[in-house]
Design a binder for this molecule. Structure first.
Ligand SMILES: O=C(O)CCC(=O)C(=O)O
Length: 274
């Protein structure tokens, strides 16, 4: 798929499973431009938080609330992504934030099982009407810590999140029970492939034990009708200007614009990077 929103079948898969994988969301040229921009992006590097896992390994996470005039902004505002999100969530959506999650070879850390809405609930979102799209920029494999999703887990509703023993994330007792009843899917992807997943879908990822980086761009959306009732570190409803799909390629390998505002709060997994 390179243009247009999702098919009805893909929407049905998302509703049933809590996620849907779209192969080739970005074409080869667009993916290369994005990866080139990200690898050279001084601002992304400078503003990245170290998200530390339970074994002390770290993922570099750079997070921004508003789409910039750069290639990541062109992607998160593209009709192909936004129209798909709107079809999946059944409402107008706005950009809640985007992030670059970079697991470097050998040192990139794990993410414990969590639901994004487990954290976003605290931001005043009354309904779990949020979703994200993870776009692979490198090959994402089991060895380098691809995303893992628990199929159908979005139907469990919001699970308690917090610090449980030495771990932070979703209540491990409930996660363990859920894992006995639902299929764990390792979301292996080629660069340019993407997975759209619901805010209540349980997901995690293993450390990167390979010799290869695993970088991914994650764009998150909330619905207009779910405008948070209070202010938080992520934005309230802000109209999203959609761009034609051709804008991605037209943008070229342009990284973060000068003055782009990143969320830099020092966070580790005890505070949630979300
Ligand atoms: O990058 C990953 O593997 C997972 C990231 C994630 O789950 C998150 O940012 O909420």
């Amino acid at each position: 798929m390179t243009t247009g929103p999702m098919s009805d079948l893909q929407v049905k898969a998302f509703q049933q499973d809590g996620f849907v994988v779209i192969r080739g969301l970005l074409n080869a040229e667009e993916t290369l431009l994005t990866l080139t921009a990200a690898r050279q992006d001084e601002a992304i590097r400078e503003h990245s938080m170290q998200v530390i896992d339970t074994k002390g390994r770290s993922t570099n996470l750079s997070l921004w609330n508003h789409p910039g005039d750069d290639i990541y902004g062109a992607i998160c505002r593209s009709r192909r992504v936004v129209d798909s999100m709107e079809k999946l969530l059944g409402d107008e959506v706005y950009h809640y934030h985007s992030k670059l999650s970079a697991k470097q070879p050998k040192v990139g850390g794990a993410w414990e099982w969590h639901q994004d809405y487990g954290y976003w609930y605290q931001n005043g979102c009354l309904f779990p009407d949020l979703a994200s799209v993870f776009i692979a920029l490198d090959p994402a494999t089991r060895e380098n810590g691809c995303l893992q999703l628990l199929k159908g887990s979005h139907r469990m509703g919001r699970i308690e999140h917090g610090r449980f023993g030495s771990q932070t994330g979703a209540d491990p007792e409930r996660v363990e029970a859920a894992m006995k009843r639902m299929d764990l899917v390792y979301c292996e992807m080629e660069p340019g492939d993407a997975v759209f997943f619901h805010g209540n879908t349980l997901h995690s990822s293993d450390p990167n034990v390979s010799d290869h980086p695993r970088w991914g761009l994650i764009c998150c959306y909330n619905t207009r009708s779910n405008d948070p009732y209070k202010e938080s570190h992520h934005p309230n409803y802000t109209p999203l200007l959609k761009l034609d799909d051709s804008s991605i390629q037209a943008m070229g390998a342009r990284g973060s614009e000068t003055g782009k505002s990143f969320l830099e709060a020092k966070r580790d997994k005890t505070q949630s990077a979300n």
